[in-house]
Design a protein around this ligand. Sequence first.
Ligand code: ZN
Length: 106
Amino acid sequence: MLSNNLEFKKLLLLHGKDRRKQSMETELENLPHSISHIESKIEVENATIASATQELRNLEIYIAPLEEQKCSGCNLRVSNDVVSSVLVEQKLTHCDQCGRIVYFER
Ligand SMILES: [Zn+2]
């Protein structure tokens, strides 16, 4: 009886090992698929980042921070009305020299 019980445990252990081995083999077989799935996701993310970066660059053509009383886009001094509009009234304001939207960096 004892030997039967031991044999049974041994079989269970072997069966368990086989199942673990099989599961690891399946995981290993699927690894290239998982890797290519992740790689394609990375490609999509990179494309999104590149597109957002380009949009940001395009936007930089149209907006510029004011540095003291100068538009950093055209490096020309803006009028007091522009500064007041941006600072005090906090309105969407264009540089009166080049037309870029100007803002103060905080
Ligand atoms: Zn300007």
